[in-house]
Design a protein. Structure first.
Ligand code: GDG
Length: 732
């Protein structure tokens, strides 16, 4: 029975040691709740570090045994591994770079990277010790970026999902990391890669297509013939828990206590882990500015600020904590009155019941991170507002701001704006609060944590099915044999061959892709067989095909079907077509050449092609879509077709296409074996035009109307070579 394996740096558990005993208590985090329904079922498991260093073997055995009862499997890490893999690489390279703090906090140490790799391998070994074919593995977060590929190398067919909980930065930031390619390759071991927001998806696709030699088409990356889907899955919370906690007696009691302590003052709540990315100092600055500019706010507004201790043994964090202490002390000492303290500051964590009471009571929740993958606090506040009132002020740098658009959205660097937002929030009419809150509550309720888990798993299954259906259409040994058998048995065959990308690999210089000795041999042998009609059907110019193939015995079709050459005869061009439109289109293309270094125009008889393979990555694509838009109406008026191909945009007469050209050779002829090979969008016309009995083969892994797939020109040549080994057929 296949199982699901969840993998994250930390297990969803807290382990403490009291005297000689280890005490296990479950963690209440959102991820633990959301995945609880998964890992506790059947033989599913969760793999991770138990959060404590355990050195003695007998203690490890004991803890492993206890964890097993809870469907948890530990990865034990020693202190040096924690220091270098976790504190060092994860938190001093990945965390700062991914939160746009590279220049201030990133520290690229080789030994940290070595440990990061070694610990990811350690996780892999534990996975391999239990994983079986058919299992689903879901890996979480930035500490385990290498793990998907490490597992994929050992278990090529297993389903792997990966989710990043922190932002994925723009390529300009990401490229700073010395080990950027290795990190991306690691992630691409997954079948489905999830982020919180669409911006993260865009950044990831941008970085991947610039750094690695992969094919990207919309949100699908193709690497080693495997399609990897990249998508945003905004994480939700256990909304029901936060909506029902305020109904509990102990929470109700605390709500009353808070209300009584803050009778005449509006309560602003702020909750974060201690981290420079959370914008705590900037928030204090905005609060102070408000007190300075609005004397009537004195005694009327209180900031209730909880900072949860985190990594404060690290100097940067200890420094941040000291700065917060100082700033809070300053503000309180300047503005405090006999009856009122502006900031109630707590540097510790609280039970969830207390958080719930605070969320339920606070008039305003102030969430202003400088960067945040999602930010669950903002959603927990919304879910706790069972009276549909209250105001959320939310940084536009938090992932949740993309969904919670009814919050007051601020730029956390703009102290004046945050200050004005606080004033707007405390004076917001109740109806407006309710209107905004109701909309946000509906969203938080629908897109809750179970929904998140469900859509991620559903999508992962779909991706696997898509990959399998592509695989099934890949020409297997058996299919190859049956195609060859059909070939042997038939007596009148036609073989359509596209050139670039089908018989030879793409070259950045179009002149360079000339045929090699092996290719000539294959083509000559094929056409020596009197039963075969070999047709080379290409988008290239006829002069070009002429130079390469006029001495062979094959039928040539150039420029997508504008020019034909039967063996032993001269070229003739399709008649009745006009090329007058070129006078209007050429000057437009020229303006794009002038604006896009590296691009150029190729002129064919009935088409113009704008090439941008040598232009700056991204710029060419941008200009091509601009050009597409620009030509849209003109093209349809003039009976032209715009074809966006591989780093080219072609404008051609609508009446010409490879499908029509192929049909002129097959119609009325009784071929008993028709086969066509092609790799790009123009070949799709042939695949669709040929009769149902034809064998159509797509080269590459993009979606196609062809019946079968081959991976590359090497595989095409191999199949054609097999044909040439059976040439002794008598024509009837
Ligand atoms: C990372 C990403 C992304 C806080 N104080 C107490 C307490 N908390 C709980 C909150 C909330 C959680 O901690 C904090 O979650 P955030 O999402 O705000 O931030 P990170 O810890 O940085 O999480 C983040 C998240 O992963 C999920 O993908 O949203 O962007 O940085 O749930 O309630 N819990 C208790 N006592 C406290 O005092 N019990």
């Amino acid at each position: 029975m296949p199982k699901t394996i969840i993998v994250s740096n930390r297990l969803p558990i807290k382990i403490s040691k009291a005297e000689d005993e280890y005490i296990l208590s479950p963690s209440e985090g959102g991820l633990a709740t959301g995945l609880g329904s998964i890992y506790k079922q059947g033989n599913n498991v969760w793999i991770g570090w138990p959060g404590i260093e355990i050195t003695e073997q007998q203690d490890k055995d004991y803890v492993s045994h206890q964890l097993k009862e809870l469907s948890l499997i530990p990865v034990f890490l020693d202190q040096e591994e924690i220091n270098q893999y976790y504190e060092g690489f994860s938190n001093e390279v990945l965390w700062p770079v991914f939160h746009y703090y590279a220049s201030t906090y990133a520290n690229y140490k080789q030994s940290n990277w070595d440990y990061y790799q070694a610990v990811n391998q350690k996780f892999r070994d534990i996975i391999l010790s239990i994983a079986e074919p058919g299992d689903i593995i879901w890996i979480h977060d930035y500490q385990l970026l290498l793990l998907p590929a490490l597992v994929r190398n050992e278990l090529p067919d297993v389903s792997i999902g990966f989710f990043l909980h922190i932002p994925f930065p723009s390529h300009e930031m990401f490229r700073l990391i010395p080990w950027r390619s290795e990190l991306l390759e690691g992630m691409l071991g997954a079948d489905l890669i999830g982020f919180h927001t669409f911006d993260d998806v865009r950044h990831f696709l941008g970085a991947t297509s610039r750094i690695l030699p992969v094919n990207t088409s919309s949100n699908i990356i193709t690497m080693d013939e495997r399609s990897i889907v990249v998508e945003s899955f905004p994480m939700g919370i256990d909304e029901q828990k936060y909506a029902t906690l305020p109904l509990q007696d102990d929470v109700k009691e605390q709500i009353e206590q808070i209300k009584n302590s803050f009778i005449n003052t509006k309560l602003i709540l702020s909750i974060d882990r201690l981290d420079y990315s959370k914008g705590i100092l900037q928030r204090l600055q905005a609060f102070e500015l408000m007190l300075e500019l609005c004397p009537e706010c004195i005694e009327k507004i209180t900031l209730y600020m909880i900072v949860v201790p985190s990594r404060d043994t690290v100097p940067q964090y200890a420094h941040l904590r000291d700065e917060i202490d100082k700033r809070v002390g300053n503000i309180n000492s300047i503005y405090r009155t006999m009856d009122w303290t502006p900031i109630h500051y707590y540097y510790r964590s609280f039970p969830i019941e207390t958080l719930s009471a605070l969320y339920h009571t606070a008039d305003v929740c102030l969430v202003t991170p400088m960067r945040d993958g999602m930010n669950l606090v903002s959603k927990e506040y919304i879910a706790s507002r069972t009276n549909n009132d209250g105001v959320l002020i939310l940084s536009e740098m938090a992932g949740s701001s993309k969904e919670l658009i009814d919050a007051i959205i601020v730029n956390p660097n703009n102290t004046g704006e945050v200050c004005r937002a606080i004033l707007q929030a405390i004076s917001m009419p109740l109806e407006e609060q309710q209107r905004r809150m109701t909309a946000m509550r509906q969203l938080v309720s629908k897109f809750n944590i179970s929904h998140w888990v469900k859509i991620f798993f559903d999508r992962l299954k779909e991706v696997k099915l898509m990959q399998r259906s592509m695989q099934a259409r890949h020409v297997s040994f058996a299919t190859e044999q049956s195609i060859i058998n059909r070939y042997i048995k038939t007596k009148k065959r036609i073989i359509f061959l596209d050139y670039d990308g089908t018989l030879v690999n793409f070259k950045s210089n179009i002149e360079q892709a000339s045929p090699d000795e092996e290719l000539y041999n294959i083509i000559n042998k094929l056409s020596e067989d009197p039963a075969n009609q070999v047709v080379l059907i290409s988008g290239r110019k006829h002069e070009n095909l002429n130079q390469w193939f006029s001495h062979t015995d094959i039928y040539l079709i150039a420029e997508h079907g504008s020019w034909f050459k039967k063996p032993g005869t001269n070229w003739h061009k399709i008649s009745g077509l006009s090329d007058q439109w070129k006078h209007d289109i050429y000057p437009i293309l020229e303006t794009y050449v002038d604006r896009t270094p590296g691009s150029f125009i190729e002129e064919k008889t009935y088409s113009l092609v704008w090439h941008y393979r040598k232009s700056q990555n991204g710029l060419g694509e941008l200009r091509a879509s601009e050009l597409m838009n620009n030509l849209k109406y003109l093209a349809s008026d003039k009976g032209l077709q715009l074809l966006a191909g591989d780093k080219v945009l072609e404008v051609k007469n609508m009446d010409i296409n490879k499908g029509k050209a192929a049909l002129t050779l097959t119609e009325g002829k009784d071929y008993d074996f028709i086969i066509a090979f092609g790799d790009d969008y123009t070949d799709e016309d042939i695949f669709k035009a040929l009769p149902e009995t034809a064998i159509t083969i797509k080269v590459g892994s993009n979606l196609s109307a062809a019946k079968f797939y081959l991976r590359n020109p090497i595989e095409v040549r191999k199949l054609l070579t097999s044909f040439t080994q059976h040439t002794t057929v008598e024509v009837g």
